[in-house]
Design a protein around this ligand. Structure first.
Ligand code: IPE
Ligand code: IPE
Ligand code: MG
Length: 253
């Protein structure tokens, strides 16, 4: 099946259609950035950008379902985002329930499984409840894994893995010689998922901001100037076509 993208410039592209029968990424991770700037450009409060950004999430999830991706990991709140004004943090923490109130049924109908990575227990109780309901209600599904990174920080995650290994050695459940890449991977929040094949960041920032440092060792990176609320199905498809034209070598030739 080929999906045509009529206005995609073919200049730097070998083709301008998504070939869904080949080389789509199994796991796409997205740093959803630029909500504040989107709002500022319009003279609106930053909250308006976050709200608009939720609409983008719906569009991208729909497309991910349609393309039968395995995992979509969305960076929604970092361990560093607590530094923001309390009013903004409070607003962001209300978004999951707002998002899920109106959208959970569609996720269920689309066979989506909601999951999270990050330190869930440190989130406000009302946020935990809303997200937990969606996790529980979609637990029987076996389609797209929609994985929200909430209060997620990669260094914190790695510290947790190291502590866990030391604990297991102290308890003589493993020895120093058992420490290998797998031992670390299986102690990360992402233990059940394949590593991301494609990492997208919107808004023109060319940095990782403490996202999935271990897991993106061989991910393809796609950076776009488009702000998250302006990102849509077409922009998503562009990133996927770009991915399809990459040659992944993993150190080989
Ligand atoms: C991303 O948009 C959303 C979160 C980090 C929660 P920003 O809020 O970072 O938007 P900018 O980067 O200030 O434009
Ligand atoms: C990264 O965006 C975190 C999320 C998208 C949730 P930030 O806006 O927090 O990143 P920095 O501060 O610009 O690096
Ligand atoms: Mg930002």
């Amino acid at each position: 099946m080929a999906i045509r993208i009529p206005f995609l410039k073919s200049k730097n592209r070998k083709r301008s259609t998504i070939q869904t029968n080949e080389s789509l990424p199994g796991h796409v991770a997205i740093i959803m950035d630029g909500n504040g700037r989107w709002a500022k450009k319009r003279g609106l409060p930053r909250a308006a950008g976050h709200k608009e950004g939720m609409k983008t999430i719906k569009k991208i999830v729909k497309k991910a379902v349609e393309l039968k991706l395995n995992v979509l990991t969305l960076y929604a709140f970092s361990t560093e985002n607590w530094k923001r004004p309390k009013s903004e943090v409070d607003y962001i923490m209300k978004l999951p329930s707002e998002f899920l109130d109106t959208y959970l049924q569609e996720l269920i109908d689309n066979n989506v499984q909601v999951r999270t990575i990050g330190d869930f227990s440190a989130l406000p109780v009302h946020t935990q409840k809303a997200v937990q309901t969606s996790i529980d209600e979609t637990a029987q599904n076996d389609g797209l894994i929609l994985n929200f990174a909430l209060n997620y920080g990669s260094r914190n995650e790695i510290v947790g893995a190291v502590k866990d290994i030391v604990h297991d050695i102290e308890q003589q459940q493993m020895s120093k010689d058992d420490i290998n890449e797998e031992a670390i991977s299986e102690r990360l929040y992402t233990k059940d998922y394949e590593d991301p094949d494609l990492l997208i960041r919107t808004s023109g920032e060319i940095r990782i901001s403490n996202f999935l440092l271990w897991q993106i060792a061989y991910a393809e990176f796609y950076f776009t100037e488009v702000l998250w609320p302006d990102f849509d199905e077409i922009e998503f498809e562009k990133s996927l076509i770009d991915y399809q034209n990459r040659k992944r070598r993993y150190g080989g030739i």
